[in-house]
Write a new protein. Structure first.
Length: 174
């Protein structure tokens, strides 16, 4: 009877210890503030820890992790994820990790602060009609937003492109 009680007690103690083995998580971010589009890299850290200091991750690995970037857009299941914020505002980020013993969640309110405004792409084309071959001058009339425009990418729709600010392109087919 004593032996049975001993095994039962040890089983209860072990179960209680293992119940506390939900993932221990944290995360780092590459940056937390800037103008849109704001590209942020999130790096999650998770491990299975027993008694607060013994790493049991090799025996009880993390099964999954999930990011919610707070802007209603994409979520990610990768441990390291890059997300682009396109709208001004403050965003709460949530990271969760799951192992055999449960799920741990870390939420950091208003972590990302997207300030200012992004550029507005505008242009004029002259001439806009004519017979092929038709050379067209594209004039950039974009507005910069809160930061200067530093790069341009034009796609002419015929398999060619340009990175000039105001390119001239000749359309060879109708």
């Amino acid at each position: 009877m004593r032996r049975r009680f001993y095994y039962l007690a040890m089983g209860c103690i072990l179960a209680a210890l293992l119940a506390g083995c939900k993932p221990k998580i944290s995360f780092d971010v590459s940056n937390t503030e800037g103008a849109p589009p704001l590209k942020v890299t999130f790096t999650g850290h998770c491990q299975t820890v027993l008694l607060g200091f013994i790493d049991f991750s090799a025996i009880f690995p993390i099964k999954s992790q999930l990011w919610d970037f707070g802007d209603g857009g994409d979520i990610s299941e990768d441990l390291t994820a890059t997300h682009t914020y396109n709208d001004v505002g403050k965003y709460t980020v949530t990271f969760a990790a799951t192992n055999l013993f449960g799920t741990s969640t870390l939420t950091r309110p208003d972590l990302i602060n997207v300030t200012g405004s992004g550029p507005t792409a505008l242009f004029q084309a002259s001439p806009s009609t004519g017979n092929a071959p038709l050379p067209v001058t594209f004039t950039d009339t974009s507005t910069a937003g809160s930061k200067p425009i530093t790069a341009w990418v034009w796609d002419f729709g015929d398999g060619t492109s340009s990175t000039s600010q105001s390119p001239v392109h000749t359309f060879t087919t109708t």
